[in-house]
Design a protein around this ligand. Structure first.
Ligand SMILES: N[C@@H](CCC(=O)N[C@@H](CS)C(=O)NCC(=O)O)C(=O)O
Length: 219
């Protein structure tokens, strides 16, 4: 397998964690999204949307969209499972993942930030407010759901790691890196994050441990 990734990409982080949890090895090809590697013609043939991640698995066509890739990995390599068995619990886990990966993440991706800067000419502090607004909204929403749902356990749904935990960790890590958001304001989410980061698959795939990572990078 080959994974096209970017060190700070939240969507790539999701896939890297899932690969590790399932004990799968992929050669990682690092793109630099700030330099525009995603627009190169060769990459565009793999991923016409010009985003990461893209996963190549054998000879088949490229796999795109991190949540679709997580479901593909789950179906092809069911052990260890990243979805619960119970039907409602599966919907709950997918719902949590979607809050962060589908409703929040699109507001903060580089092409949106670039549009705010280059087309709408918003200054840096206004752009930071935008980022903080969407990231905090996501954190607040997920905290509220997790804090009041009786299914919340050691992880987002009971004591089994699921794709919801993967999305939670990727979201909170982005929020910390991009706008130094204080996870203490979200105690349930923070507790789950801390538990996940004790697990090798999460810790080893942290963005700051990836090739090209910088402790501080331009927004
Ligand atoms: N919904 C997609 C999001 C993909 C996406 O937007 N990835 C970002 C990095 S996290 C990207 O490659 N952005 C490139 C750009 O915005 O130019 C997924 O989950 O895979």
């Amino acid at each position: 397998m080959k994974l096209y990734s970017y060190w700070r990409s939240q969507a790539s982080f999701r896939v890297r964690i899932a690969l590790r949890l399932k004990g799968l090895v992929a050669e990682t090809i690092s793109l630099d999204l700030l330099k525009g590697d995603q627009f190169e013609a060769a990459y565009r043939t793999l991923n016409p949307e010009m985003v990461v991640p893209t996963l190549l698995d054998g000879e088949g066509p490229p796999l795109v969209q991190s949540l679709a890739i997580l479901e593909y990995l789950e179906e092809k390599h069911p052990q260890p499972p990243l979805l619960p068995v119970d039907l409602r619990a599966r919907a709950h886990v997918r719902g949590l993942a979607h809050i962060l990966a589908i409703d929040v993440h699109p507001f903060i991706v580089p092409r949106v930030r670039k549009y705010l800067e280059q087309e709408l000419h918003l200054d840096e502090s206004t752009r930071m407010n935008w980022l903080r607004h969407w990231l905090d909204l996501g954190s607040r929403s997920i905290e509220e759901v997790l804090a009041r749902d009786p299914r919340t356990g050691r992880f987002c749904c009971g004591d089994q790691l699921t794709i919801a935990d993967i999305c939670l960790v990727a979201h909170l890590t982005s929020a910390k890196m991009l706008c130094n958001s204080d996870p203490a304001s979200y105690p349930t989410a923070q507790r789950i994050l801390d538990g996940c980061m004790q697990i090798e698959a999460f810790a080893l795939e942290h963005p700051l441990r990836q090739p090209g990572a910088q402790a501080t990078a331009p927004i």
